[in-house]
Design a protein. Structure first.
Length: 128
């Protein structure tokens, strides 16, 4: 591993105190300001389900299919599925924000009316 300069080492240490949303914002800003990124490049951070959580969910799903899931395991499976769905929804929103920025306001909130219009246009329900 490459040795970091003292300044970079201090910055790296400071990052440990940032919240996950602050880290994400920092990463996005650094990527935007990078010389390697141009107007035709889109960089985004997508969330992933941890391998341990995926393995546990697979195990619980198998037990559910076998009919041997306990109530505690059913609750655990429900929580894992909810977390998985939250991650997928967040990633979908990130991809949509990157590909269709006009559907979002300045704060990054989805404008549902614009989304409906875009969907109707894509489906051919509205003439151009």
């Amino acid at each position: 591993m490459q040795k970091l300069s003292p300044t970079l080492e201090k910055a790296w240490s400071a990052i440990a105190y940032l919240s996950s949303s602050e880290r994400r914002a920092l990463a996005e800003r650094l990527l935007q300001e990078s010389n390697d990124v141009n107007e035709e490049t889109t960089v985004m951070l997508l969330q992933r389900f941890s391998p341990a959580a995926q393995s546990r969910m697979d195990e619980l799903l198998a037990k559910s299919n076998e009919g041997t899931l306990t109530e505690a395991e059913r609750a655990e499976l429900t929580a894992l599925v909810e977390e998985y769905e939250r991650i997928m929804l967040a990633n979908t929103k990130a991809l949509l924000r990157a590909s269709r920025p006009q559907l979002f306001d300045a704060e990054g909130n989805l404008i549902r009316a614009r989304l409906s219009e875009a969907l109707e246009h894509e489906l051919g329900l509205v003439s151009s």
